[in-house]
Design a protein around this ligand. Structure first.
Ligand code: ASP
Length: 342
């Protein structure tokens, strides 16, 4: 419960919370490549799809696009693509972005009725003079590229949204107890205990056999958000950043907090200064908490990063963030992220 959570005082953060192993070598010695890492354990399936390309000496960009299309098409993943929880008006609106080793970028925001937002983002990158398209314009572009309009609201997502409407007073900052205390009828006001909120945005970063990095991030965003709300996930530098000389990072959690510190870019810049992926993620979390205090301490954000040596690491505000890593044909390993709130 929130009331029992204790924040590890910033003054004590000078003392290392991470072991040498966490900081320097979660993935062993030398350069580990190819490699793909994704936010959240269920995305082992996404990693496996990405690996089909990486394991055959394919390009990281193709791998991350193919990988994140798995949860986008999965109706049981209620935070991404088809079956994603809708906004407070019952509309599923998708955010996605992609970035390659040449700093090519593409993004779509608040895209409706198209399952594979990531592929639209890639085409924004490759076929338009722009880097971001939003709302009806993004849909118009997708249709012009041959994507089909589909209803993304599954019966299950619709049912949950209608339950939410009963108690929410149409307030996006209030959600019913979905995961805890199911017997309680009262909605829980913001900030929510992190365990109650589905944060399943997929952020995936990969390094291919050539040593090149790319990343992709795709989500249906915060459940029951205001119509038109855009989070961190489609914003290059916030939800995703790739620098082919340094590394790549991605994020999940409350986008409003991530955007404020340009989270993923911050993590990459910290790696540029020599920090390990895990420590860079931790420093970004500390920065959020220093800036926002309790407002950040009561929500969940997780960062995940990969450097050019194939070392990877993560750090989150709350317990519960995990990620999966694949480096060979034997499949992904899942790791629990360290976190700042105890
Ligand atoms: N980062 C996403 C957003 O704010 C949501 C999430 O990861 O849960 O839209």
């Amino acid at each position: 419960m929130l009331s029992r959570r204790k924040f590890i005082q910033l003054s004590s953060l000078a003392a290392p919370l991470l072991s040498v192993k966490d900081v320097f070598s979660q993935s062993g010695k030398g350069i580990t490549k190819p490699i793909v890492i994704s936010t959240w354990a269920p995305n082992v399936k996404a990693n496996a799809e990405a690996w089909r390309i990486l394991g055959n000496k394919g390009r990281a960009l193709d791998a991350v696009e193919a990988g994140v299309k798995i949860p986008e098409a999965d109706p049981n993943d209620m935070s991404v693509g088809y079956g994603g929880l809708p906004d407070r008006d019952g509309k599923v609106t998708l955010d996605a972005c992609i970035m390659d080793e040449f700093a090519n970028i593409g993004s779509v925001m608040a895209l409706e009725e198209i399952i594979h937002a990531i592929s639209v983002a890639r085409l924004v990158m490759e076929k338009t003079p722009h880097v971001q398209l939003a709302g009806p314009g993004a849909l118009q572009f997708a249709l012009s590229q041959g994507f089909k309009r589909e209803n993304l609201l599954t019966p299950q997502s619709e049912k949950e949204w209608k339950e939410w409407l009963k108690t929410s007073k149409y307030d996006p900052m209030t959600i019913p107890n979905m995961l805890e205390q199911k017997d309680q009828k009262e909605p829980v006001p913001y900030p929510w205990p992190s365990a109650m909120v589905n944060h399943d945005t997929i952020g995936m970063v990969a390094m291919d056999d050539m040593g090149n990095l790319s990343g992709a991030c795709t989500t249906s965003g915060m459940a029951y958000k205001m119509h038109g709300r855009v989070g961190d996930s489609p914003i290059i530098g916030a939800g995703l950043y790739v620098d082919n000389e340094v590394g790549a990072a991605t994020s999940t959690g409350v986008g409003e907090e991530v955007v404020r510190i340009c989270g993923s870019h911050t993590v990459v810049e910290l790696m540029r200064q020599g920090l390990s992926p895990a420590l860079a993620c931790r420093k970004a979390v500390e920065r959020m908490i220093k800036l926002r205090g309790k407002k950040a301490m009561d929500v969940q954000v997780g960062f995940l990063a990969l450097n050019k040596k194939g070392q990877y690491g993560a750090f989150a505000i709350q317990k519960g963030f995990n990620y999966c890593v694949q480096t060979d044909n034997s499949g992904s390993k899942v790791f629990d992220s360290k976190y700042i709130m105890a």
